[in-house]
Each structure stands twice: as C-alpha cells, then as structure tokens.
Ligand binder design. Structure first.
Ligand code: 9PG
Length: 487
C-alpha cells in the first residue's frame, strides 16, 4: 500500500505491506517489503554487518559499498553470504541514510528472518527472507534515532543485565598454545590484579567439535577451573558449539547430525583452522541432547563465563531436519543453551548474528579480532581481517548496540613486547574499549614492563564517564577522544 510518512516538514512517500502505527519515537511498520522515497539525493549510508566480524560503517550512496569483496570463504564466515550485494549498498538488520543537520532516516528490523536494509540516491528499502518481522522507521538526530531503535529492539527481544566485568583471555597472547601448566603459571602471575574473569580460549579441546579436555590438559578441565577460582577469578571457557571440523568425532561418526547441502552431504559453513567446517543441525533432537550434555559438562567443570564462538554457523542457509527459518533455528538453539546453563552463567557471543542474539546473550563481540598490529597486509580490502584498525572501525560503528547487550570490541594491549602497535595505537584501542565499556586484555603479567603493569592496574581500576558528542567523537572523563580520522 502507498503511505506518506510525515516527520515535521519532511514528507516521505512509501510503499509498505500495511498501515504503520505511530509510537512515541517513530513508526512500527507491518512485516513485508518496505520502500521509502527519500529527498536527500546522494548521501551518507549506514551499513550494518550480519555477524560480529562483519563490516559495518558509514559510506555514501555514490561511494564504494562496504563489505568483504575478494573471497567467497571469507564472506561465508564473516557475513551473510547469500544476501550480500557487492554492487549496491545494503546491510543486515538495520540501515540509515543521512538527512540535513545531523539527522538520519533509519529502518530497522524488529525480529528475525535475515532482514536486509539498503539505499540509493532515491530510496531506502528493507526486505527479509521470511516477511515475518515488523520494522521500525524513524527520523531524527542520529544518536537519538539509533537509541530509539535499540530501545524498541530490547523491548521486543529482551535485555540481560549481567555484566562481564574485567576479563583476561588467553587468545591474544598464547593463541592455541595453551596447556595446563602454562595456564597455572599465568593465573599465578595475575593473582592480585583486579580481574573478574580468567577466560581460556581456543586450544584446550582436542579438536573443534569435541568438547572434552585435550592432551595438554591431562588433569582435566575441572582442575584448571579450580585453579582459576582459587586465585579469585571466575573461570571462563571458549567453545564453538555450533560447528565441527571434519576430523572431529561428531563429524566422523554422525554426519547425519550436520546441516546438509542440496546434495544431502554435510555442508561447508565456514573456513578456519586451515579447513572447512560443518554446522550442527540444532533442529534435531539428538543435537539438542548433545548440546545439553556439552553445556552440563563445561558448567559442571566450574566454568561460569562462556565465550561461544562461530555461532553464526548455526544460522546459515542449508538443509535442516525441521523446516524452520535459519535465524529461528539459531535463536531456538541459543535459548535452549540459555535454559540449560541458567541465568547466572555469562554468555559472551562471538561470531554471532547480532540481532537474533539480543536477549539471550549477555554480551556480544562487535568487530573482527584485534591483533598486535594496525593493518592487515595479508587481507587488504577485507575489513573483516584481523587487526587493530579493522576491529576499531567495526566496533565504533556499533556503539549503539550497547543498549541491547554488552558490546565487546575485543582485547586491548598494554604490552610493548611482542607487539607492533605503538603507544598511540594501543591507547586508541584502550579508549575504544572504554567507550564501549568492556574491559579485556590478554597480556600475561610477565610480558609487561613495570610501567605497563601500572597502566594495566589503573585501566582495570578506573572507569571513565563516557559521553558521545558526535558520530565518532566522545568524552572520557572530560577528555576529548576524536576517532573521525581513523574510522
Ligand atoms: C579462536 C578465536 C578467538 C577469537 C575469535 C575467533 O572470520 N574469521 O574467519 C575468523 C576466524 C577466527 C576468528 C575470528 C574470525 O577468531 O574471534 O577471539 O576466540 O576464534 O580460534
């Protein structure tokens, strides 16, 4: 149906599936395709990526599109591959275009179904794979529009209140090279530092897919969790429960439990660890039983902070046992995990589809991995590649998600050893993490010089007051932080 939105003097002709309803902050538009004719001509466009690692940011309708351009495997892993539109501007879940004087016209989904929002010089449009979720449409000052959207999103999908606190993670120092002795030493060295969580990352398990203690943890994971707890930290653990590498026990013995391709074979749903990997078909009863067992096991060991990684793989296209939409299958699986672990376990989503994770995850990663270097020479033109810069750009462009869950921009560095980031770059990472209000690092105490240890302590102890003064400008305890030139 044809409709005209009126925002003050602005009249926006629209084609909608039904009559919109006014709310105190905008309009709720019925499910179905949306097209708005805007009068702004070529203008700024906000593109939002599908999962934690997917590129997000501002471009212009006559400028380059934002996204992963040069690799199908990268796209499969780090964005919504089947809905990507490399030659026209679109993003996942929400999009906005710039009007005059710092205003934006925003369209955002209020549910699931792989919603997409795009724009050109005449239109801003939205559609989804299911036409089941309503949309929110608003016009107003930029930060206000995003805040209003976030508010209605958490009204619809929920908002959890647990906070992660200050997290130490093993990934950005030891990577997969962890063993129980190294962990014990690292924990001992960190004793007395004001961390809340000590989180083991990838490397403890024998292989991705088999969530048991690997050969480097001969005393078992309960013993390691115990050591962490004794040192006064909350034990945290990484796992990727939606995926399995081809050589894992579950993939070898039960290929029927995996999401299938059209030929009825396990489907490759991403690439990492020098291999393709598969996804568990969470619509199957036996997979739910498996998940229940995995989560009872890891929480039974004593881990109560779980970083669940590569979660998007539970929401990719593919054949599943039950005919439910992929994002619904995903959200049902996460809700099932949440029910299994209870409300007290902190769930940090990583590689999660952003919108379907609202209300079930306590926190979510909002950018690609950081690394101890600024740019990624290996992945030029891939904004999802590892590196401090890519991580900052994505995270700062998703600061508005703070209102729906905790947002994790990834670890910050204090070390100058084994690090190519200079002090200004390290400081910028720290500032971004302060802006997003999430504190995590991976630096082992023994890698830090005396002055760096002092900086780390100070960072963990002080929480600056954050004010956003513009799209990329902030005030931290009154100190101006302007990221415009970087983002
Ligand atoms: C452990 C790591 C760390 C890290 C996670 C995740 O797009 N990618 O292909 C891609 C691969 C790996 C990756 C991120 C993105 O790293 O983000 O913090 O836990 O797994 O293996």
């Amino acid at each position: 149906m044809l409709h005209t939105f009126t925002f003050g003097d602005l009249r926006i002709p629209a084609n909608l599936a039904g009559e919109p309803t006014a709310t105190s902050t905008g309009f709720v538009v019925p499910a179905g395709p949306v097209a708005l004719l805007h009068p702004f001509g070529d203008t700024g466009f906000y593109r939002h990526g599908w999962n934690s690692w997917s590129p997000s940011g501002w471009t212009t309708t006559d400028g380059e599109t934002i996204g992963i351009k040069n690799s199908a495997d990268r796209l499969l892993t780090a964005d919504d591959a089947v809905n990507e539109t490399p030659h026209l501007h679109s993003g996942s879940g929400v999009g906005a275009i710039e009007g005059p004087d710092g205003t934006v016209l925003l369209i955002g989904t209020l549910g699931l179904g792989n919603p997409r929002v795009g724009a050109d010089r005449n239109t801003i449009w939205a559609r989804s794979e299911t036409d089941e979720a309503e949309w929110f449409v608003t016009f107003g000052p930029e930060q206000q529009a995003f805040a209003d959207y976030a508010a209605i999103l958490s009204e619809r999908l929920g908002r959890r209140s647990q906070r992660a606190g200050r997290v130490w993670s093993s990934w950005y120092s030891y990577y997969e090279g962890i063993d129980e002795e190294l962990v014990a030493r690292t924990v001992a060295d960190l004793t007395g530092y004001p961390f809340d969580v000590f989180q083991l990352d990838d490397g403890w398990e024998p292989i991705v897919g088999d969530w048991t203690a690997g050969p480097d943890f001969p005393s078992g994971m309960q013993a390691t969790a115990g050591r962490i707890a004794e040192a006064g930290f909350r034990p945290g653990l990484w796992l990727a429960p939606m995926i399995a590498l081809p050589d894992s026990t579950i993939a070898r013995e039960r290929p029927d439990l995996l999401v299938q391709d059209d030929a009825g074979r396990p489907m490759a749903t991403g690439y990492n660890w020098n291999s393709h990997y598969y996804s568990l078909d969470t619509t199957q009863r036996e997979v739910q039983d498996h998940l229940r067992e995995v989560f009872q096991r890891v929480t039974g060991w004593g881990f109560s902070y779980l970083k669940l990684d590569f979660m998007y793989a539970g929401a990719v296209t593919g054949r599943r046992h039950q005919d439910v939409h992929r994002e619904t299958a995903y959200r049902d699986a996460i809700s099932f995990i949440r029910e299994t672990v209870g409300d007290d376990v902190y769930l940090l989503g990583c590689g999660v589809p952003m919108i379907p994770s609202i209300g079930v995850f306590d926190g979510a990663r909002v950018g690609p991995d950081v690394g101890p270097f600024w740019d990624n020479a290996e992945r030029v033109g891939d904004p999802s590649g590892v590196g401090a810069w890519n991580s900052i750009v994505d995270s700062v462009n998703r600061v508005w998600l703070k209102d729906v869950y905790e947002v994790d921009p990834d670890a910050v560095y204090f070390r100058s050893a084994r690090n190519l980031l200079d002090p200004v770059e390290r400081r910028m990472l720290q500032d971004v993490a302060a802006i997003l209000e999430f504190k995590s690092t991976s630096d082992p105490a023994v890698w830090l010089h005396e002055s760096e240890r002092a900086e780390l302590r100070q960072y963990l102890t002080e929480t600056p007051m954050v004010e956003q003064t513009g799209r990329f400008t902030f005030r931290l305890d009154g100190r101006e932080v302007d990221l415009t030139a970087v983002v």
